[in-house]
Each structure stands twice: as structure tokens, then as C-alpha cells.
Ligand binder design. Structure first.
Ligand code: ATP
Ligand code: PRP
Ligand code: MG
Length: 299
């Protein structure tokens, strides 16, 4: 019987979400003692342990209470939520944070040489997918009847094998579709990695641990996109320059010893500092521009 004074987080053992999930947890100050089998990692810095599993198993493990939190793609989570709904099982897990990595979409794709006239074009045809629930939901919404062909991987090959006329699968760069002479015609779901929790609150020591972890993750995620911008300018140009930093907190303006009109500025920007922005700032009078990554931040 497991005690509830430790929190268990399930992440993908190996795959696209493994490294970014581990990196995020490490940034939140979690460190683990690797066990010999590396499927269970004991938390050293905090009473938070790691479970390394197949991503498809994560929602079910949370539903059963075998683990407390999980990192999984929205595509997998939504598919399994739909499945539970279709089977008449209650809601058992819910996403609590978008984590900003593993971005992809679930899309319908058809052979390049098809003329796409809309979803009705799929009526009566076979569509290969690993996401039968999400595909069925979309087809229902479109009022289209088609036959699902279930494949657990390499779905894009199905038309060439004569197993289906169209496909419904994960797309990111579109490279796999292109390599298989397919074109994307409809996006069914936009997805990214999510932090998932049980629908019911913990009601024991785990609640406090989870709240602390969330506070840290929020700080890590807000810092990730942030940049510290340092520069100098003439006093008269400050107002114009601040307009070029609409995503920044009010910049700190500092006097420079021995210079009456020139000031030093420091601004924390919440979104990307592009070359275009830097060039615009230079034109508006900024000099000595420096853009620095932010390591940690505690408001
Ligand atoms: N091409 C992609 N670009 C970005 N994210 C993707 C891409 N393909 C998949 N993903 C996201 O990453 C998740 C994991 O993908 P991966 O291919 O590692 O899963 P898997 O093969 O099902 O792994 P497992 O062995 O754990 O079952 C997907 O569910 C999806 O959310
Ligand atoms: O649009 P793209 O950038 O080409 O990415 C899409 C491909 O990535 C995923 O497969 P993955 O490479 O993870 O292989 P798998 O499905 O066999 O795990 C997905 O199933 C697509 O096939
Ligand atoms: Mg999987």
C-alpha cells in the first residue's frame, strides 16, 4: 500500500516528451536517484518520485490513482477522455497546465492529387488513424460517415498499402505527409504537452506538494520566454524606446556617473527579442544593447 506523503509523477519513458519533461522538472528543483531498472526514480530533493512509462498509459494510471500527476500530449489525453465518455466511465483526469513543448496537431490528410471539396469528400471512404475517438467526433460534427481503419503507427503509409483512402494523424513540420505524397486538409486538434491531475482533489499531504510544484513550474515557464534587455539612451528618447517594449515591465532607468543626458535602462521582456526589434530600438536611439537569458525569477 503506498503512502500519500510522497507525490508520484508519470512521464514518458522514452520518446518526444521525455527529455523536455525531465528538463522542466529539473528546472523546478527536482532531482532523482536513478534506480537500476530506471522505471521508478526516487525523489532526492523533495518527496516527489518519477515513474517512467509509455505515454498512452499515463491517463489511465492517474485515473486509477497509481500516480498523482502526469505529462502527456493533449492528443493522447483527449482521445482517452473521449473513450471514457463513450464507455460511460466518469471523468477521472484533467489538464492543469499547458507546458509549451511537444506542439503538434491532429489532422486529416489525403493524397496530393485529390481535389479537396470539403469533409463530405470523405463520405463512405476508409480513413486510417491511431485516434479513432477524436476522428469519430470530428466526422460526427461534420455529418460525414466514413470507416475508421485502426493503425498504431506509420499511419501515413496506409493509402499506399491500399488499406485506406485518407489518414488522420499527428502533423508537426508536415515532412512525413510530404514524403508520402499526402496533403493536410483539416486540423482536428491543436496539441501540446500537458500536466495532468486527477479530477478529484488530493485531500492529503499531496495537495501541498502539488501546489508547491505548480508554483515552481509556473515560475520556470514564465522565465523561459523572458529576456533581460540592457541598453543606454538619451533621456529624451526613453519614452519612444519604451513604446517598442510593450511586453516589458516598466523599465528601470538609471543615471550614468558623469553623464547628464545619457541614461542606462534595464527591462524584463516577456516575449522574444527578435533582430527586427533590436534594429528598431537602435534606430530609435538605443546603444549598447544587450539581451540576456533569465535563469530564475521569484516575484
Ligand atoms: N512530430 C511531432 N512533433 C512534435 N510533437 C509530436 C510529434 N509527434 C508526436 N508528438 C507529441 O509527442 C507525443 C509523444 O510522441 P512519441 O512519438 O514519442 O510517442 P509514442 O511513440 O506513442 O511513445 P510511447 O512509446 O511512449 O508510446 C505525442 O503523443 C504527441 O503529443
Ligand atoms: O509532420 P512531421 O514533423 O513529419 O511529424 C509527424 C510525424 O511524427 C510522428 O511520428 P514519429 O516520428 O514520432 O514516429 P512514430 O509515430 O512511429 O512514433 C507522427 O506520428 C507523424 O508520423
Ligand atoms: Mg504511445
Amino acid at each position: 500500500m503506498r503512502t500519500h506523503d510522497r507525490l508520484r509523477i508519470a512521464i514518458q519513458k522514452s520518446g518526444r516528451l521525455s527529455d523536455p519533461a525531465r528538463d522542466l522538472l529539473a528546472r523546478a528543483g527536482l532531482s532523482f536517484r536513478e534506480s537500476r531498472d530506471r522505471l521508478f526514480c526516487y525523489g532526492e530533493s523533495l518527496p516527489i518520485d518519477l515513474l517512467l512509462v509509455r505515454d498512452d498509459d499515463i491517463p489511465g494510471l492517474i485515473a486509477e490513482g497509481a500516480c498523482d500527476l502526469g505529462v502527456v500530449g493533449g492528443n493522447v489525453l483527449e482521445e482517452q477522455a473521449c473513450e471514457r465518455l463513450a464507455d460511460g466511465r466518469g471523468e477521472a483526469f484533467r489538464p492543469i497546465r499547458e507546458l509549451g513543448f511537444g506542439r503538434c496537431r491532429l489532422s486529416v490528410a489525403v493524397p496530393n492529387d485529390w481535389e479537396w471539396t470539403g469533409p463530405q469528400r470523405l463520405a463512405g471512404l476508409r480513413i486510417a488513424t491511431s485516434y479513432p475517438q477524436l476522428m469519430a467526433r470530428w466526422l460526427r460534427e461534420q455529418g460525414v460517415e466514413a470507416t475508421p481503419v485502426m493503425l498504431s503507427g506509420s499511419v501515413e503509409i496506409a493509402p499506399r498499402l491500399g488499406k485506406a483512402e485518407a489518414i488522420c494523424d499527428i502533423v508537426s513540420t508536415g515532412g512525413t505527409l510530404m514524403a508520402n505524397q499526402l496533403k493536410e486538409v483539416a486540423v482536428i486538434l491543436e496539441s501540446q504537452a500537458l500536466l495532468v491531475a486527477p479530477s478529484q482533489p488530493f485531500g492529503d499531504e499531496r495537495a501541498e506538494l502539488a501546489a508547491m510544484l505548480l508554483r515552481r513550474l509556473d515560475a520556470v515557464m514564465s522565465v523561459r520566454a523572458s529576456k533581460l534587455v540592457l541598453f543606454q539612451a538619451h533621456r529624451d528618447q526613453v519614452a519612444e524606446l519604451v513604446k517598442l517594449l510593450p511586453d516589458a515591465e516598466t523599465p528601470t532607468v538609471m543615471a550614468i556617473e558623469g553623464q547628464r543626458d545619457q541614461v542606462a535602462l534595464q527591462a524584463l521582456c516577456r516575449s522574444a527579442m527578435t533582430w527586427q526589434r533590436l534594429e528598431d530600438m537602435k534606430r530609435a536611439g538605443a546603444s549598447g544593447l544587450l539581451v540576456l537569458p533569465v535563469e530564475q525569477m521569484l516575484a
